[in-house]
Design a protein around this ligand. Structure first.
Ligand code: HEM
Length: 518
């Protein structure tokens, strides 16, 4: 059961409580009667779903691991079912067919995301790509990101690939030192620092000089990113009863506002540094921030808040998603050493043991690519994608889906459908070797980057970062945990899925030439 309602107890001591309770009860009773009468007249009807309580609906029964909870409800109520989360009608989709109806046939109608209060507060009122409504601003922002920052051509430019190489090599040096000392490492923490440095340096080229300072800045970002992603993924009473949002009963708006303000101050510092640096030599910056500032100068519809919100998207969207994917992959491989061995054999054949992995190798490593695909099948980074909000009432799977409802697509459950995937719970990269599944979102049995207009904007970068780092970790090191132990693969739900317990393992040098660890 959720702890959402603990706030009622806390509020009992609060002077506002009577007023709040009265507001909930009166408005909800009227609303409930109105919705009930209205839904009875609908044809086709609303989808089926579990019975809820008056006013609060199914909220008290929500399990914090939403992806598995929704999966179990789908077994009982079918692939399209409904829940009332307070005043919010919520639809959950768990079939490829219904997903196709939404993301292909009715893509435009479902191209708006359902913006949570915390999402809006963390992105300057939702003016970023993720939360912008499907209107004139969203394609403008997406075009800038994809064409000028996240295209293969930009990402493959010498300066950016050198930067990714430099960060990955720095991590290899650190891991080699730990290996020589026989010390275990928190794999996720190391990869986070690598990816964060890649993303932030691509954004504003601000290299943090020495390791100590690098760790400090990394730690501050880690804290802010973790906090914002955590709050955005939490069930929030203000989203379920918008009338109550001004009271911020769980204090989530306050928390996210505080982190967003700290992030904003960091952005301000970097932007003013960049603007100062480029006085008289505008355009020579060569980083994403320069691209964004130029775009702002050229387009009067673009404001400084757009610039900062896009920075936020890149920092939030570009780090934990790739990190969690690498961490899940490593955890699966440490538990299945025969798969790790096959990956290493492929690397030894393509890269060689007297060489180091370069980005040019990654297109020649089909087995490592299948490991990435299989990892994203079993542990998709966004297990429920980003909830959509239809702009028109539509019929999906024989049921009415009203406009303004919140629609979750349970990609996590679809990726485990036993009618499509043989032994769906087994980690088996072979299933991708001879099958044509890719990341394009055209097959609704497998779409870890989403599909349609809102498909991930950073797919090209994700593929590079995940494959290059995974290949390097496997080529340079063997990985050990305690004799007879297994890595705990339990997942923790949030808007981003992650390992519940961090992966801690000991690297062991695999290559004999010490120069290959520089
Ligand atoms: C393994 C890594 C990643 C995975 C699995 C992933 C997955 C996703 C998914 C599932 C969505 C939602 C799509 C939908 O609702 O249909 C999304 C959206 C998005 N992603 Fe990624 N992502 C990854 C990495 C990245 C990176 C590296 C960036 C940028 C640097 C990025 C930027 C974005 C943005 C801006 C959106 C919003 C797109 C829009 O609403 O138009 N992602 N991603």
């Amino acid at each position: 059961m959720t702890d959402i309602f603990t706030f009622f107890t806390i509020q009992n001591r609060n002077d506002h409580f009577d007023f709040v309770l009265a507001t909930i009860v009166i408005s909800s009773v009227f609303w409930y009667i109105w919705v009930y009468v209205k839904s009875k007249r609908l044809f086709p009807p609303l989808p089926p779903g579990p019975r809820g309580l008056p006013i609060v609906g199914n909220l008290p029964f929500l399990h914090p691991e939403l992806h598995t909870y929704f999966h179990s409800l789908a077994q009982k109520h079918g692939p399209v079912f409904k829940l009332w989360l307070g005043a919010k009608l919520t639809i959950v989709i768990t079939s490829s067919e219904a997903t196709r109806d939404i993301l292909r046939t009715n893509d435009v109608i479902f191209a708006n995301d359902d913006v949570p209060v915390a999402g809006s507060l963390s992105t300057y009122g939702g003016v970023d790509i993720v939360w912008s409504p499907y209107g004139p601003e969203w394609p403008m922002l997406r075009k800038i990101c994809i064409n000028k920052m996240l295209s293969n051509a930009t990402l493959d430019s010498n300066s950016f690939s050198a930067l990714r190489r430099q960060e990955t090599r720095r991590t290899v040096r650190y891991l080699a030192d730990r290996a020589r000392a026989g010390l275990a490492v928190n794999v996720g923490e190391q990869i986070f620092v690598t990816i964060l440095n890649v993303v932030t340096q691509m954004l504003w080229g601000e290299t943090v000089a020495d390791d100590e300072e690098r760790e400090k800045v990394g730690a501050e970002f880690l804290e802010l990113i973790t906090e914002i992603i955590d709050v955005v993924g939490k069930p929030n009473v203000s989203d379920f009863f918008p009338v109550l949002s001004r009271f911020d009963l769980q204090g989530l708006a306050k928390r996210v506002r505080r982190s967003a303000q700290r992030m904003d101050r960091m952005f301000d510092r970097i932007i003013s540094q960049r603007m100062g640096m480029d006085k008289g030599s505008k355009g020579n910056g060569g980083d994403f921030l320069m691209v964004l500032l130029n775009a702002k100068d050229e387009d009067e519809n673009m404001s400084m808040n757009h610039v900062k919100a896009l920075l936020m998207d890149m920092v939030l969207g570009g780090t934990d998603t790739s990190l969690n994917t690498i961490e899940f992959a490593m955890a699966e491989l440490i538990n299945k050493l025969e798969i790790m061995k096959r990956a290493q054999q492929e690397l030894d054949k393509v890269v060689g043991k007297n060489n180091i992995v370069e980005e040019k190798h990654i297109t020649k490593l089909p087995y490592i690519l299948s490991i990435m695909k299989e990892t994203l099948r079993l542990h998709p980074a966004l297990p429920l994608l980003i909830p959509r909000c239809p702009s028109e009432t539509t019929v999906i799977g024989g049921y009415t889906i009203p406009n303004d409802s919140k629609v979750f697509i349970n990609v996590w459950a679809i990726h485990r459908n036993p009618n499509v995937w043989e032994n769906p719970l087994e980690f088996n990269p072979d299933r991708f070797l001879d099958k044509g599944y890719d990341f394009s979102g055209n097959d609704y049995s497998y779409f870890p980057f989403g599909s349609g207009r809102r498909i991930c904007a950073g797919m090209a970068m994700a593929e590079k970062v995940v494959l290059y780092n995974l290949a390097t970790l496997l080529h340079s090191f063997d990985w050990r945990i305690g004799e007879g132990e297994k890595v705990e693969l339990e997942e923790k739900f949030g808007i981003l899925l992650k390992l519940k317990n961090p992966l801690v393992a000991t690297p062991v040098l695999r290559l004999s030439d010490p120069n290959l660890f520089l």
